[in-house]
Structures are given as C-alpha cells and as structure tokens.
Design a protein around this ligand. Structure first.
Ligand SMILES: Nc1nc2c(ncn2[C@@H]2O[C@H](COP(=O)(O)OP(=O)(O)OP(=O)(O)O)[C@@H](O)[C@H]2O)c(=O)[nH]1
Ligand SMILES: O=C([O-])CC(=O)C(=O)O
Ligand SMILES: [Mn+2]
Length: 596
C-alpha cells in the first residue's frame, strides 16, 4: 500500500503534514505481515540495533541507550486546553505552546530515515470495545514491537477510509541522520528534549526523543490508558491498568478477575500463575490493560486491548513464572536491555541458567563476581500473547469477559494485610483512591519510595484524577449494574529482617480461592475497622509452614500503622481540591472513627 491509496481525507492530510515537517527519506505503510517484519529485523541486525539470538528461535536482543531505559514521567504531559483538566497529578503544557515547540523539534527530524505508518487496532478488530490508531514513527524497533503488542494491519486503513475514528499517534526518536553519518544502534534525544505528550480533546499523542516501551509504543500506555481513560470517562466505560485472568475452581466453575497493581508489582505474574492448590486453574486474558463496558445484563465486560506482553524480564524464571518463560521460549520475541551469553542466549537476574560469563546490557564483559547487574532492572521481553500456554480460549472474544472481582494492590512492606475485601463499592473506590506503593524501576527515579498511586493509574490517567474518582463512583451508581466485588491485596509484606512474609507467585492462588468463594458467599469474613478480612483458620494455608507471627501480621489489623497513614491520606486527598468527590473524605472519616 502507498500513501496515495489512502482515501480518508483526515488521515491523508494529517500524514502529509507530518511528512512535510519531518522530511523523511521514505514513507512505508506497514501491513503487519511476517515478511515486512522479518525484513525490518534483518535490517536492524545489519545496522547493529538487533542481535539475532541462537535461542529462543526467531528472537532478537536490543540494547537501548543507557539513558533511555524506562518511562520518563517528568517528561510526560497532558496538553488539555485548560490546565485544571489535567489535574494536580499530571504535568501540563498549553496545547498551542507545545505544538509550537514541536514545530521546531520535529522540523527535519526524520531526515535520512524512513517514516513508518502503523495502522493498528487496540482489541480484536471486530470487537465493539476495540479502537483504532495510526502511529507514525521513524523507529523500526517501534514497528516490530507494535506488531507484537497490537493488531497491525493495512486493512485498518480501509476501515478508517470507511469512516472509523482513529487516534493520531506521532513518534520520533528525535535524531535525524545527517548525510553519510553512521547511525547509532539506539538513536534518541537528550532528556531535556524528550517529550511524551497527549492532547485529550483531539485524541492525539505526540512523542519525541525516546525509543523505550511506554514512551514509544504509543498503543500501550499513551493510547490504551491516557487517551482511552478520557474516552472512557466521556463515554461511560473504563480503561484501567489491570490484568485480566480466568479462574476455574475444582468444580469447573469460572470467574474472571481484573487486578490493578502499579508497574512492576506483579500483574504479569498473577495473570499467568500456576496455582499451587490442587484443582484450581488460572488462565490469561491480559497482563497489563483492561477496557470494560457494561453488557445488557448489567455486568462489566472486559477485553485485553493488547496482543502481546511487554514484560519485566528480571525475576522471570521457570520457578517464578513458568508460563511467561514458555511464552518467551516459543520464540518470535524481542528482548530489550537483557544480557547475552557467549553462545547467543538472553540472560537476566534470577534466570534459570547461571552462566559464568556474559555480555551485560551495556555491552561490557560480565561475570557473577563483578558486582554489577547483567540486565537492567527494567529489561523487558516482548512476546505474542497467543504463544502463552495458558492463554484463555476467550482472550479474543469480541464481547469481552464478565468481571466478578477487582483486585487492587501494590508493594507495601508494612501495614497492609494480605487481602482485605471492601465493605461496599464506595469503600472499594476509597481503597483504590488511597492505594500506595513503593516505587520500582519501571519509571526513572525514586525506586523504593512510597507514593500514592490511585488505582495504579497515577502515571496513566489522562485527566483530572478527582474526576476519575468520580467516574469510578458513577460506574457504581449505574442503574441495574451488577458490580464486581473489590479486594485490596498485598504480596509484599516484609518481616523486620526483610524477608517476604507471603510466599507469593503460585501461592497467590490461595488468595484467589478466598476471593472466588467470597464472590459466591461460600466463606465467611471478619468485619474489621479496615474492611472484611479472612480468618486464617478458614483460609487455605495448608503446607505452607508459615511462622505464626507472620500469619498474625498478614491477617491482622495494624491499628497504629493505619492511624499513622491517615494524615498522609488526608494530604493526598487535599491535592484534588473541589474536584474530590465528597464520598472519599466521608470514607476516610468513617475509617478514622472505626480505628478509634
Ligand atoms: N515477592 C513477590 N514478588 C513478586 C510477586 N509477583 C511478582 N513479583 C515480582 O515483581 C516484579 C514485577 O512483576 P511483574 O508481574 O512483571 O509486574 P507487572 O505489574 O506486570 O509490571 P509492568 O509490566 O511494569 O506493568 C518481578 O520481579 C516479580 O518477580 C509475588 O507474588 N511476590
Ligand atoms: O509502559 C511501560 O514501559 C511498561 C509497563 O507496562 C509499565 O511501566 O507499566
Ligand atoms: Mn504496566
């Protein structure tokens, strides 16, 4: 397909405008074919961007610039017309100013490069919940990753020609290739020129200077969360940073669960886990993002808008996440910022293999004794979801799957118990709005610090977070709604000596069992000041041999600990000013009273 084959006037003129500004040497329309992808991979092997691996098959390693390894929240902007619509949790730039700056930054920025046009669908193309986008990029790395993460096809252009709306996404690595100058393996722009910007009113994304994951694969965080959260608010549905899993009990009864945990807090692991308790089965619908709409029966139906996994590599092993390893090992994967063994296999911390020598992610020789990490802590694998051995048969069902429970969670060393059921939808929204987590390597800076991350959406909500809380409350007020039950979980509680109190991973199935049974009112819960907690006597701890002191902490209410966070919650709420829905301070007051 050629530019001249595009009929839709809006698409055509938008594309022409960016071609004129960025002056690429060539324009290529991506068709999503294996042939085109293989050609791009071969080209990147030749240019030194990719290394073809010996194993897994048809897979590549890419090492980024050491300064371009994660999302950059401090360079991420919501460019709404009014600053107050971006809210206190987003960086804001006036759209006209931002566009004027882009006119300068993008001028000639694709010189010497190819502009790829990527037509893609978020969600199964025929799903009423799916949406289309077109990403323009000068990065072949972005093209091949988008081809795994989304459904890329030139047939989408036909649908846009026929009138389907689309989100406009523009990306450049921000480094023109001057005549005769050799390209870098990972071109990118310096930090002060990187911009990841969203124009909610016009449903546009413009990203400059970074090639990494959530900064550059614009279908993911930028579209499927920041822009989609605005669309969802306006249209009465939900776009959430949630995995979706299918849970089957030993009697063969099925429930679907959505779970929101911040980046690098266990979504991929939970979505693919192998239960340690007999007879239970977990299958995957999605591992990062859920789009949900009410069905006629009043239930929320969820689709996974993505088609692949962009998973955290370090920590992934046959022990922790065997199904992720099997997905990867089936091949057709791209690895970013992992180490490579001398015989051409990828490696990262806690990998099943223990090589005595390798080349680390910054291309230096590495040995286990050298004291450095072999892979970057935010090293990632990109793999097709269809290769996951536990992908659920419903994962591409256009109507989505009905959700019975929402889980919220994060990394909390102290205070927060293993699982806590909300007393009501409103209490559950309060739990989501006061979620906090210790920061990870998935975003630059601040790792380990505790921060409030409401609904795991702090970096991803495309509008005023106070209005987003209201949207959650409104969902609960929809007439005839059959709402999911809400639970707050914490796999990361630690003892004084730093050990994890809860074994986690496959043993999280024990928590899923309790949740499943709570949805059916088949097990009781203790009413406490903070919510409904399991009784460790009726909770399945068989075979764990946990110290009683850990059980007491995981299943108890740390009254003093909770009291100590109340002022922080108050301060957190104060940020939202008059856009904070009254239900939330009311819930906080009730919690305060119950704690005494
Ligand atoms: N202790 C403990 N660690 C866990 C558990 N589940 C996941 N982790 C670790 O948490 C890290 C991130 O897990 P992921 O499942 O990749 O996180 P994610 O939420 O999918 O991350 P994003 O892709 O950034 O959104 C890995 O190092 C895991 O080993 C658990 O139950 N217990
Ligand atoms: O967006 C990314 O780069 C990776 C990711 O899933 C997250 O950080 O939540
Ligand atoms: Mn994520």
């Amino acid at each position: 397909m050629q530019m001249t084959d595009i009929k839709n006037v809006e698409l055509k003129s938008w594309l022409q405008k960016w071609v004129d500004l960025t002056t690429p040497d060539a324009v290529v329309i991506c068709d999503g074919s294996q042939k085109q992808n293989d050609e791009l991979c071969n080209q990147m092997v030749k240019s030194g961007t990719f290394i073809k691996l010996n194993n897994p098959p048809n897979s590549y390693l890419c090492r980024s610039d050491p300064d371009d390894v994660a999302r950059v929240e401090e360079r991420t902007y919501i460019c709404s017309e009014k600053q107050e619509d971006a809210g206190p949790t987003n960086h804001w730039r006036a759209p006209a100013d931002m566009r004027a700056e882009f006119d300068v930054l993008f001028k000639g920025c694709m010189k010497g490069r190819t502009l790829y046009v990527i037509p893609f669908s978020m969600g199964p193309v025929e799903s009423p919940i799916a949406k289309f986008g077109v990403e323009l990029t000068d990065s072949a790395y972005v093209v091949v990753n988008m081809s795994i993460m989304t459904r890329v096809s030139d047939t989408i252009i036909g649908k846009i020609d026929a009138g389907a709306p689309f989100v406009k996404c523009v990306h450049s690595v921000g480094m023109p290739l001057e005549d005769a100058k050799a390209d870098l393996p990972w071109p990118s722009a310096p930090m002060e020129k990187k911009y990841i910007t969203h124009f909610p009113e016009t449903r546009e994304i413009i990203s400059f200077g970074s090639g990494y994951g959530g900064n550059a694969l614009l279908g993911k965080k930028c579209f499927a969360l920041r822009i989609a959260s605005v669309q969802a608010h306006d249209e009465g549905w939900m776009a959430e940073h949630m995995l979706i899993l299918k849970l089957t009990n030993p009697a063969g009864k099925v429930k679907f669960v959505g779970a929101a945990f911040p980046s690098a807090c266990g979504k991929t692991n939970l979505a693919m886990m192998e239960p340690t308790i007999p007879g239970w089965k977990v299958e995957t619908i999605g591992d990062d993002i859920a789009w949900m709409k009410f069905g006629e029966d009043g239930q929320l139906y969820a689709i996974n808008p993505e088609a692949g996994f962009f998973g955290v590599a370090p920590g992934t092993s046959m022990h922790s996440n065997p199904n992720a390893m099997r997905t990867i090992n089936a091949g057709n994967s791209i690895f970013t910022n992992c180490a490579i063994t001398l015989d051409g296999k990828v490696w990262w911390e806690d990998h099943d293999d223990s090589p005595s020598e390798l080349v680390d992610w910054v291309r230096r020789p590495w040995t286990p004794a050298c004291g450095r990490k072999g892979a970057h802590p935010n090293a990632r694998f990109t793999s097709p979801a269809r290769q996951c051995p536990v992908i659920a048969s419903e994962w591409e069902d256009p109507k989505g799957v009905p959700i019975s429970a929402f889980l919220f969670g994060g990394r909390r060393k102290t205070v927060v118990p293993l699982v806590n059921e909300a007393k009501s939808w409103e209490h559950g929204v309060f739990m989501g709005a006061t979620m906090a987590s210790e920061m990870t390597a998935a975003a630059r800076g601040g790792a380990g610090q505790l921060r409030f991350d409401p609904f795991a959406m702090l970096p991803f909500c495309g509008y005023h977070m106070g209005d987003y809380f209201k949207h959650w409350l409104n969902i609960g007020n929809k007439p005839g709604a059959k709402l999911p039950k809400i639970f707050y979980v914490n796999w990361f509680r630690r003892g004084a000596d730093g050990h994890f109190m809860w074994p986690g991973f496959g043993d999280n199935s024990r928590v899923l069992e309790w949740i499943f049974n709570r949805c059916d009112n088949a097990v009781s819960a203790k009413e406490t000041a903070i919510g409904l907690l399991p009784d460790p006597k009726t909770f399945d701890l068989k075979g764990l041999n946990m110290p009683q002191a850990d059980i007491d902490e995981l299943f108890g209410v740390d009254v003093e600990g909770w009291k100590a966070v109340l002022p922080q919650m108050e301060e957190h709420f104060a940020k939202f000013g008059d856009r904070l829905p009254a239900e939330l301070p009311k819930q906080l007051n009730e919690l305060k009273k119950r704690l005494g």
